[in-house]
Write a protein that binds this ligand. Structure first.
Ligand code: GGG
Length: 330
């Protein structure tokens, strides 16, 4: 990070207002960043009649990167346009276990590369009559190829053997047919090994033997669902970060939602958002700072304090402070 980066900060709703400030404390300790604080989500929709005010869209479109919390009922009106605004074609969702954290499947260490612009999340829904509603599933060769190119770059630069593409082309013959054919073609052109799995069968195999997977490439909805499943294997949604990557900008957000059931209690696990901030640092080229943050989060997960979702009694702020304490002196 050569010059001061500009980062838009969008806490969103619910626990977004707790985990994002926690992650900012950590970022402040390791990097010189200029922040633009803006609003989005259910609460702002109630106040201002829109969940995504113009200044928020503008700030995210112009910032080098965005730290995003979570939104609730208005998610489709907020995160989908924001992803479009930064041309984010892939959502990177790593899921791994941590020493000291109970996990259903301790061998889990994988990353999901989720198509981020189309599929059934393209927003093409209609209510035709009282009885009938429809949804158009958009799949393009160009978006599938862009995802596959990213996946090939990712496995090459991170020393993975190849990737597994999840799909359902025996049922969605045309759309997932195009998706898988394009991914296969790109991988073949690049000399990258590809396995294939039907996404429903993959869900079973993931639950029973996650060590069988390393890098998973999948359509939009499948990526959303499979990453929540992976979170369940490693100890919960409080642990999964994500990066919405575009060609020049990115939006970094925990995989979890706004958790209205615990919002306001100050007990949300900030780890997923702090780890998302580490991905943001890496995206901005601050690799050493990103590594220091990850190491400090790992030590805090191992030795505590921990929030109630991980069996502890600590507050969000106490966990963030413990992470900051474990950072090397700057
Ligand atoms: N930080 C994650 C979040 O806000 N999740 C709400 C949600 O449903 N997002 C949909 C998506 O990730 O596509």
């Amino acid at each position: 990070m050569n010059e001061t980066a500009t980062v838009a900060v969008v806490p969103g709703d619910g626990i977004g207002h707790e985990v994002v400030p926690a992650a900012l404390e950590v970022l402040d300790a390791v990097a010189d960043i200029e922040y633009v604080h803006v609003e989005a989500g259910d609460a702002v929709a109630a106040q201002r009649g829109t969940p995504l005010p113009e200044e928020t869209l503008e700030a995210v479109s112009e910032a080098d990167a965005t730290l995003f919390g979570a939104t609730g009922e208005t998610s489709a009106d907020v995160i989908l346009p924001l992803r479009d605004a930064v041309d984010s074609f892939v959502n990177v969702r790593p899921a791994r276990t941590y020493p000291g954290v109970d996990a259903v499947q301790p061998e889990t260490d994988l990353v999901i590369l989720r198509e981020n612009t189309e599929g059934v999340y393209a927003g093409m829904e209609d209510r035709l009559t009282e009885d009938v509603s429809t949804l158009t599933r958009l799949v393009t060769r160009s978006a599938s190829r862009r995802l596959a190119e990213f996946a090939c770059d990712y496995v090459e630069s991170n020393d993975h053997d190849g990737f597994t593409v999840a799909h359902k082309n025996n049922v969605m013959r045309v759309t997932d047919g195009l998706f898988v054919d394009t991914v296969r073609e790109e991988a073949a052109a690049r000399g990258v090994d590809v396995d294939e799995a039907y996404m429903d069968a993959m869900a079973t195999h993931l639950a029973m033997d996650p060590a069988g997977y390393d890098v998973i490439v999948c359509p939009n909805l499948a990526g959303d669902v499979l990453s929540d499943l992976a979170a369940g294997l490693v100890g919960g949604l409080g642990l999964l970060p994500s990066a919405n990557v575009g060609s020049e900008r990115g939006i970094f957000e925990p995989v979890h939602g706004c958790a209205p059931d615990i919002a306001g209690e100050g007990i949300a696990n900030p780890s997923a958002t702090i780890l998302s901030a580490a991905m943001l640092l890496e995206f901005l080229g601050a690799d050493d700072a990103a590594r220091d943050v990850r190491t400090a989060v790992e030590a805090t997960l191992a030795d505590g304090p921990r929030t109630p979702d991980l069996g502890g009694t600590a507050t969000t702020d106490a966990v963030a402070a413990a992470v900051v304490d474990r950072l090397p002196d700057q």
